[in-house]
Write a protein that binds this ligand. Structure first.
Ligand SMILES: O=C(CO)[C@@H](O)[C@H](O)COP(=O)(O)O
Length: 258
């Protein structure tokens, strides 16, 4: 894998814009403010992938839809996680095109931009998309084997098995189509793309990152359990009860997923 691109020197003066938000227009002030919020969230959430051990080098990526717009924000391709910052996140249209003249637009967006864009175009309730190469989830993807729902944590978070999506080559709509075809109408917010790794979705980028964290934890636990003996499935009615409780009762009423 190529070494991370060197970070550009921090700009000594903020990008010029007409509304002082630090975002170059062509956005109106309200959109510019919304973009800046998502930039900050997405940049910070990449640190969570490192914190939870879900990525190595420059693998993986996080994106967030900009609410009320046809835009999303994603990381630049191949840039070290140490160098990611709000101002070098890249603003794209839902067609996956970089919005020219915005901070970060001088770099290439993530190599999975087309996949993220396809998901946003075809799953309007999705506000965040994450991709990692987390070890245990990728091991299940290498076997094209779904992670069975044999622990309450999987029932809580995914409402059943974590499914496998088709083998798809990076760079066009193939991966995005595989994600959408697998997860549309499915309780799971994670899909193991065959021979590649997990992609997760959420109501926002933070929710998609949580799904990625919980997917890897489940993959590891079930892998270890299966090595020690037979797995005991949870009855479907109990899975339904666990999922409904966790999605509608657990946590706080102010939680993003409510
Ligand atoms: O799976 C791949 C490469 O095969 C990519 O998803 C990388 O894991 C991250 O690429 P960038 O987001 O840095 O372009």
């Amino acid at each position: 894998m190529s070494s991370p691109l060197p970070a550009e020197p921090p700009e000594t003066t903020p990008p010029t814009d007409r509304d002082g938000t630090g975002t170059s227009l062509p956005f109106d002030p309200e959109t510019a403010a919304a973009v800046d919020r998502v930039r900050a969230d997405v940049a910070s959430l990449h640190g969570e992938l490192v914190r939870y051990g879900l990525v190595v080098w420059t693998g993986g990526n996080v994106s967030g839809r900009v609410p009320g717009t046809d835009l999303f924000v994603i990381k630049p391709s191949g840039v070290s996680y140490d160098d990611l910052a709000p101002e070098n996140m890249i603003v794209c249209t839902l067609d996956g095109e970089v919005v020219p003249g915005t901070p970060g637009s001088d770099r290439s967006p993530s190599s999975d931009t087309a996949a993220h864009a396809y998901v946003y175009r075809n799953m309007p309730d999705v506000g965040g998309v994450v991709h990692t190469h987390s070890t245990y989830a990728v091991a299940w993807a290498a076997r094209a084997e779904e992670i069975p729902c044999v622990i309450t944590q999987i029932a809580d978070e995914f409402g059943g098995p974590i499914p496998v999506g088709p083998f798809a080559i990076i760079g066009d709509d193939s991966i995005g189509r595989g994600i959408v075809d697998t997860l549309t109408g499915h309780r799971s917010r994670a899909v193991l793309m065959q021979n590649h790794g997990p992609f997760t979705i959420g109501v926002n980028a933070a929710d998609a990152v949580k799904a990625a964290v919980m997917c890897e934890d489940a993959a590891r636990t079930v892998h270890i359990a299966r090595q020690a003996g037979e797995l005991v499935p949870i009855p479907q009615d109990k899975i339904d009860s666990l999922f409904n409780r966790y999605q509608n009762v657990y946590g706080q009423s102010s939680d993003d997923r409510r």
